[in-house]
Design a binder for this molecule. Structure first.
Ligand code: FES
Length: 118
């Protein structure tokens, strides 16, 4: 799905967005050009969203392995904590981290604040 890249967007009904799965990709465009993607993850207690690019070398995280709150990129196996965005095993603020996107469910609909992403 594609949405404008500079607003709070209603992605849609949660059941429609995720279908029977636990993840979906929101494509953001500006002036008709795709500028970024947001990976939406349906978790047991809500939803999490991150910019769909691995901080290591930029690979898409569409197929990343999700275990608990850890997302592991299939490119080179780096894992990231979805709560902090930090790579596994690091507490320092230095290493590149996942870019979280505010997302929430209200009234059965999924919303994402994509302002400032691109
Ligand atoms: S691109 Fe994701 S671990 Fe290298």
């Amino acid at each position: 799905m594609v949405r404008a890249a500079d607003d709070v967007v209603c992605v849609g009904d949660v059941a429609d967005v995720f279908g029977g799965g636990g993840r979906a990709v929101l494509c953001l465009e500006r002036d008709g050009t795709r500028v970024e993607e947001v990976l939406l993850l349906r978790l047991r207690h809500g939803v999490l969203a991150v910019v769909n690019r691995c901080p290591h070398l930029g690979r898409s995280l569409d197929d990343a392995r999700l275990r608990g709150h850890m997302l592991t990129c299939r490119g080179h196996g780096r894992s990231y904590n979805l709560r902090s965005g930090r790579p596994a095993g690091t507490l320092a603020p230095g290493p590149p981290r996942l870019r979280r996107v505010p997302a929430w469910i209200s009234g059965g609909r999924l919303f994402a604040d994509v302002r400032g992403i691109v």
